[in-house]
Write a protein that binds this ligand. Structure first.
Ligand code: NAD
Ligand code: TYD
Length: 355
């Protein structure tokens, strides 16, 4: 079986669902259930004997030790993290705690577990750490896309904490021989994406008749990766990745934020025209920029394509259409995630931002 951490979050829950769709190997999901963790994402697995859930913290070494001894997974895949840049600006403490200290404690537990394995088990065991392209910092307009060999230049508390965790993972390989793999991917989008991030926030706000807040000039560039393509990349790296290596994962979809928001508006105009007429683009508003906002990220995914034969299945056009349709079809899910805490976050992040 495999142990997945953070499997109730956006990418983790897509990964668990996808994993059990394509094979029968059981999954143990350990998740703290922070504001970003949502068991509703995994509702279809209720009663499935291949799936088990434990609520807990990756930093709780005693708990992780017990789980590893009891279940003896052949791999650990670490998705658990605080993941939102804006939240890391308002309050970096949790990012240090989970992303750095938590990953450290998890590595300590996994190191202990690894030493208890026999030689055959050791040969196949893997610790796969899911990271981000944001560790590489910000690119200029004509810089080449990030390669695995780029230096780390993180600029936000979020990316700095992820960079620190990547370094710890690397060190556990070089120092203790832990069989690690690291993936650094670009911005994911798709079903179950919490509406604090750009794409789901824009869909949800548009449908609610609210402003669509564009930070700064909206010309910041990100590469967009459909979440199930990320899931297939992780399976691929887990199966065939070379121990100790890192793999960049991207969708070959570099786009400015404004183009993303226009694409969302245009799809909504087609699929759910505004009752009042006109276009959702009329709801776009420019707001004060994010401090230290990285201008451009771009991923060169040629290593994983060349060495492991992985390729994304979705283009941006197919992926964004599926995503918008998913949100239209899952309005109950959207309503359920808009708790009081969510509304408080929107006030905190957007209230003072109007220009
Ligand atoms: P998310 O915020 O949606 O989910 C994170 C999950 O981790 C939640 O279920 C949360 O409850 C859980 N969690 C948080 N702290 C925990 C702790 N201490 N112990 C156990 N569980 C804890 O994040 P996501 O978007 O699904 O991202 C998953 C991973 O992928 C993260 O490591 C993130 O840095 C990385 N990543 C995300 C993106 C993206 O576009 N979303 C891009 C690149 C990399
Ligand atoms: P986000 O989804 O938070 O991902 P990340 O910061 O990790 O790339 O943001 C994506 C881009 O969209 C980023 O350049 C910030 C911008 N953005 C807005 O313009 N308005 C918003 O309300 C949000 C949440 C993001």
């Amino acid at each position: 079986m495999i142990l997945v951490t953070g499997g109730a979050g956006f990418i983790g829950s897509n990964f668990v669902l996808d994993w059990l769709r394509v094979n029968d190997e059981p999954v143990l999901n350990l998740d703290k259930l922070t504001y970003a963790g949502n068991l509703e994402n995994l509702a279809e697995l209720q009663g499935d004997p291949r799936y088990a859930f434990v609520q807990g913290d990756i930093g709780d070494k005693a708990l992780i030790d017990t789980l590893l001894q009891k279940h003896r997974p052949r791999a650990v895949i670490n998705f658990a993290a605080e993941s939102h840049v804006d939240r890391s600006i308002h309050g970096p403490g949790e990012f240090i705690q989970t992303n750095i200290v938590g990953t450290f404690n998890l590595l300590e537990s996994v190191r202990g577990h690894f030493t208890s394995l026999n030689e055959a088990e050791k040969a196949t065991f893997r610790f796969l750490h899911v990271s981000t392209d944001e560790v590489y910092g910000s690119l200029k307009a004509d810089d080449p896309a990030f390669k695995e060999t780029n230096r780390y230049e993180p600029n936000s508390p979020y990316s700095a904490s992820k960079a620190a965790s990547d370094h710890l993972v690397r060190a556990y390989h070089h120092t203790y021989g832990l069989p690690v793999l690291t993936t650094n991917c670009s911005n994911n989008y798709g079903p179950y994406h919490f509406p604090e991030k750009l794409i789901p926030l824009m869909i949800v706000n548009a449908l609610a008749g609210k402003p669509l807040p564009i930070y700064g000039d909206g010309q910041q560039i990100r590469d967009w990766l459909y979440v199930t393509d990320h899931c297939s990349a992780i399976r691929c790296v887990l199966q065939a990745g070379q121990v100790g290596e890192t793999y960049n994962v991207g969708g070959w979809n570099e786009k400015p934020n404004l183009a993303i928001v226009h694409a969302v508006c245009d799809l909504l105009d087609e699929l759910r025209p505004r009752a009042s007429g006109g276009t959702y683009r009329e709801q776009i508003t420019y707001v004060t920029d994010r401090p230290g906002h990285d201008r451009r990220y771009a991923i060169d995914a040629s290593k994983i394509e060349r060495e492991l034969g992985w390729k994304p299945a979705e283009t941006f056009e197919t992926g964004i259409r599926k995503t918008v349709q998913w949100y239209l079809d899952h309005q109950d899910w959207v309503a359920n995630v808009q708790s009081g805490a969510y509304r408080e976050w929107l006030d905190k992040n957007y209230a003072g931002r109007a220009r």
